[in-house]
Every structure is written in C-alpha cells, then in structure tokens.
Design a protein around this ligand. Sequence first.
Ligand SMILES: Cc1cc2nc3c(=O)[nH]c(=O)nc-3n(C[C@H](O)[C@H](O)[C@H](O)COP(=O)(O)O)c2cc1C
Length: 373
Amino acid sequence: MPTLFEPVKIREMAVPNRFVRSATYDGCADTSGHVTGAQVALFEQLAAGGSGLIVTGIAYVHDSGRISAYQNSIADDNAIDGLKRLTDAVHDKGARIAVQLFHAGREAAGFLKTKNRQAAGPSVVAGDPYFQRPYRAMTEDEIYEIIAAFGDSAERARKAGFDAVQLHAAHAYLPAQFLSPHANRRQDDWGGSLENRLRLHSEIYGNIREKVGQDYPVLAKLGVADGFDGGLVFDEGKQAAQLLARWGFDGLEISSGLRGKRYSETEFKTGISRPEKEAYFRQWCRQIRDLVDVPVMMVGGLRSPDLMAEIVANHEADMISLSRPLIREPDIIRAWQSGDRKAPDCISCNKCLEALYKGQQLHCAQQKSRAEG
Ligand SMILES: Cc1cc2nc3c(=O)[nH]c(=O)nc-3n(C[C@H](O)[C@H](O)[C@H](O)COP(=O)(O)O)c2cc1C
C-alpha cells in the first residue's frame, strides 16, 4: 500500500515523496519576467518545507500569452540564468522542480491592452457571459508559432535545470479554451470534434518531445470539465486524459477547465470547512487514475493529512497537490512527516488570489492581517 512519504518515479525523475506544490502564480518576477531574490527564497522555503515536487507558477512561452507585468517568462533565452537560480535552490534542499508552461489565449486581453495589443483565442464567442473583453480569433500561422514556442520553452527549461515541464491545460487558458466546445467554435481542423479540439495539445506535445528528448518528463495539468453548463463535459475530459497519457505525457494533474462566474465554478473553491468539502475533484481524479498508467496528481481542496493518506493508499491518486495551504505554511509537509498531523491554518478564503489580482505579491492575507493586528 503506497504511503505519502514514499518516493515515486515519473519517467526518470525520482520524487522523494508524494507531495506536489501545485502551480501557484506569485507575482514576484521583475517586469522583464526574470526571477527575483524573493522567488528564490520562496522556492527554497517550499523545498525545505517538504514539497517533493514544486511546480512554478504560470511562465509565459510567448509574449502574446502573457497575463501580468510580474509574471515569469520562459519565452527567450535571457530568462535561463535566473531560472537556474530557482532550480539550484530547490535541488540544494533535495526536492524536484517543474516549470509550468503557459499561454493565456484570450485571457491575456487585460494585460495586452496596456501594451495596445489585442489578445487572441480559438474563436470569438459573441455575448459570452464568462468573458467580456475584446479579443480576436487566432490564425493558423499564429497557432503554429505558439506550438513552437511551447517546444522552445521546454528546451530552455531543460537547460535551466528543471526536472520536468508541466503544460498548463486547465482553467481558463489557451489549451483549455481550445478543448472547450464553449470557447472553441472553429470550423477548421482545430475545432469541432474532440480530436480536433485536442489537436493543439497533441501538436504541443509532439513539439516539446522533439526538443527535449524521450527521457525528459512532460506533465500536464488538465481541465476535465468546465465550470458551467454548455462547456466541456467530464465524459470528454476523461477521454482527453486517456489520449494525453497515450501520446506520452508522463503525469497528469486533474483539475477543472473554463471558469464560471462564482468561485464554486472554478478550480479554487472556497468554504472548505468540513472534511466532506475537501478533495472536490476526487471523483474525476480516481476515475482517470483507473484508466491511465501514468502517475496522477489529485488537486483541489485537500486539507487533512489522513484523507491524503487514504487517497494514496487506495490508488485514487499517486500524488497529492496543494496550493493555498502552502502559501500560509510552506513547511507544513515537514510537520506532517515528523508526526504532527495538524490541519492546515489556511481557511481557503481566496484573499491571496484577490491580492494578486491587485498586483500585490503572493502572501496569506489572513496571516498578514493577524500580524498587523
Ligand atoms: C494564489 C493562487 C495562484 C494560483 N496560480 C496558479 C498557477 O499559476 N497555475 C495553476 O495551474 N494553478 C494556479 N492556481 C490553482 C492551484 O494550483 C490549485 O489548482 C487550486 O488552488 C486548488 O488547490 P488548493 O485547494 O490546494 O489551493 C492558483 C491558486 C491560487 C490560490
């Protein structure tokens, strides 16, 4: 029976335990998208605190997919030296690190407007209740340029010392927009059938694999259902997960796709006040775990170490991914390992997220207000 503090292998990457720090944007890069001392300190703390595999926040692979002034870039070679500082800091503490490869698609509209540029997504959805900013549909040439940018960025990641890359194919962003029948209304080979809506993912995978070689772990965080009716349904999301694994993705983190209007229709649900509210993607994850033969990571409201142990022991997931609890207590996994099975102090209020939207650096708002009070 597997346990939480047992190592796991993802292709050739040996991870010391079953805990993943799920990708968490930190708003701490400099305005060129380069790594700062604050980020090195944060990653060092997470690695020392017991996370076996740390996934960085969203790193943009092409400037048409950038979403914030304080976001990391992996879009050109100038980023490599800084990224190397991050990977060195994590390796010194014995943990593994993956970079999350990201393109915002239409969601870049807000940031690109400040640069007098227009964002592009798969297709324009007139009167979309979930996305109101102006954007345009991508041309096929642009799609191919972005696919190549994912591959080039993965090659840079390997040079910078990352142990793996993770394709961000969840939440509101470009691959999830292509997969969603709500956001993707294209009439060409990139829209329509599930196979066509997954063509972007497949081409990105092929381009990355060609540039990083067969031995390098390529992971994906996959949104398997949209947060509202009329979007991606789980039955298709499940098939998508199987296809990704079949093509050669080495590990899958199971999350949601496009967001609805309320937190309850997103990947970061609030009000996780009772054990029954924890692990809100558990049913999706365990079904997919049964269908694929690559390691699967469960994310979404996991809070009690006993529940995490049960999930891993039952083979419902191979790894447990955490975001919000580690913002407040980056060392809580070490505490669990030493026998203190305390519940996280995080109350899942999402004030951390709201502060980031205002351009602040990542912090726990509850902790800060307690310190100030
Ligand atoms: C402040 C904040 C930043 C996040 N940034 C990212 C990100 O960069 N990439 C990503 O895939 N998910 C991101 N997420 C989602 C988390 O990785 C995770 O999927 C979600 O918060 C649910 O896990 P949790 O309940 O452990 O927080 C972010 C979440 C929060 C709260």
